[in-house]
Design a protein around this ligand. Structure first.
Ligand code: NAP
Length: 345
């Protein structure tokens, strides 16, 4: 376990300037428990952070930030599949690269998603037609008070669209320490999104999909190492069919994705763009010029700048389309996570 200086700027991909009272790196479950004990003893808030790729710090954090850096990738080969047991602190993209280089396909659509493996189930990360839940075999979560480790099966994780039990019942006082992924040897390419539809299903390789996904992401999404951002700021709204059909009549080119439950997914980025907000700036924050779903730290943005911009975007989209966007990014105030929708209302 090691302590750092107290600046969070390099620890959140938005590059928002904020401080914590203390920042601790945890390399093992014991380190997590010790850090939890430190925070409890000092009666301070406790925040677990992976790589800070999906958070917005609204102000200084008045407590202990713990960086989960538990490492390790163990591969078990079975007749029909591989099981990867991965430490929560492994970098997600490096895991995708590792799997490909060991001829284990299945993760390639999820290349270049920023963040740690331990954060992936919290968000149920997804891109280009694949969500973590379809690959996740289990999640090991530790009770920081009792040290008990519980293995949750996929169904127990209660995955949904950017949703899981880790945002609710296992949010406070628990830490994800490892994730189990099952990757089938009967690999089937998933080629339903964007440039992937141009690839030949019969001959395409996992490497070609990986390359295409990396190329698409790099061309559209700002690199957080250059321009602070937290990827998609809002979730794609799922609306009832009556509203979706009404909007489709008004805007025939509107992307429209019927869901299994009869509702319809709309593309949040398209709604923001149609509201005329591409490139719109407020304080140091801006709507990204290439991909309107991404808010960026253009010029020394504060958490308040990004919040004000997000509120403006949300109100403008509601004004145009009667659809209220919900943030995908998690808002962190002085004492911990705060309800992002309420913060924008
Ligand atoms: P896009 O191709 O411009 O499409 C816009 C939205 O429409 C996507 O968000 C996607 O929803 C939906 N969509 C597109 N093709 C679809 C299809 N064939 N079937 C069902 N839904 C479809 O999207 P993009 O912004 O470049 O993103 C491409 C992928 O990367 C998406 O899956 C997106 O979620 C993912 N991504 C995620 C983040 C993040 O920070 N979470 C950032 C960038 C990209 P879904 O989002 O539901 O897939």
């Amino acid at each position: 376990m090691s302590s750092h200086d107290t600046s969070l700027k390099a620890l959140n991909t938005f590059a928002i300037v904020a401080d914590a009272t203390e920042i601790i790196t945890a390399h093992s479950p014991d380190d997590l428990v010790a850090a939890w004990g430190t925070a409890q003893k000092a009666k301070r808030p406790f925040l677990l952070l992976g790589e800070g790729s999906n958070v917005l710090f609204l102000e200084n954090f008045a407590g202990v930030v713990v960086l989960n850096r538990i490492k390790g990738i163990e591969v078990t080969e079975w007749t029909k599949d591989w099981l990867l047991h991965v430490g929560a602190g492994e970098n997600w993209h490096q895991l995708v690269v590792y799997a490909l280089s060991h001829n284990i396909p299945g993760l390639e659509n999820l290349a270049l998603i920023p963040g740690c493996v331990g954060s992936a189930p919290i968000q149920n990360i997804g891109a280009y037609g694949i969500e973590l839940q379809s690959l996740c075999e289990y999640v090991d979560v530790m009770n920081l008070e009792t040290r008990d480790v519980i293995r949750l099966s996929t169904s127990e994780c209660q995955f949904g669209y950017r949703e899981s039990i880790f945002k609710h019942d296992y949010r406070d006082g628990y830490a994800i320490i490892a994730v189990g992924l099952r990757l089938s040897k009967n690999w089937q390419p998933k080629l339903t999104y964007g440039d992937l539809t141009k690839l030949e299903p019969a001959s395409v390789t996992p490497q070609q999909i990986f390359d295409s996904v990396c190329q698409m992401r790099r061309s559209k999404l700002p690199d957080p190492a250059v321009t602070g951002n937290a990827g998609s700021f809002f979730k794609n709204p799922i609306v009832n069919i009556a509203l979706a059909e009404k909007l489709k009549r008004q805007y025939p080119t509107m992307p429209y994705y019927p869901q299994k439950d009869g509702q319809v997914k709309l593309a949040a980025g398209w709604l923001v763009e149609q509201a005329g907000l591409k490139g719109f700036c407020l304080g140091g924050a801006s709507v990204h010029q290439q991909q309107a779903l991404v808010l960026i730290n253009k010029d020394g943005a504060t958490g308040d700048d990004v919040k004000a911009l997000a509120r403006h975007v949300r109100n403008a989209v509601a004004g145009h389309f009667a659809v209220w966007l919900e943030p995908e990014v998690r808002f962190i105030s002085a004492c911990g996570e705060t309800n992002a929708v309420e913060a924008l209302s």
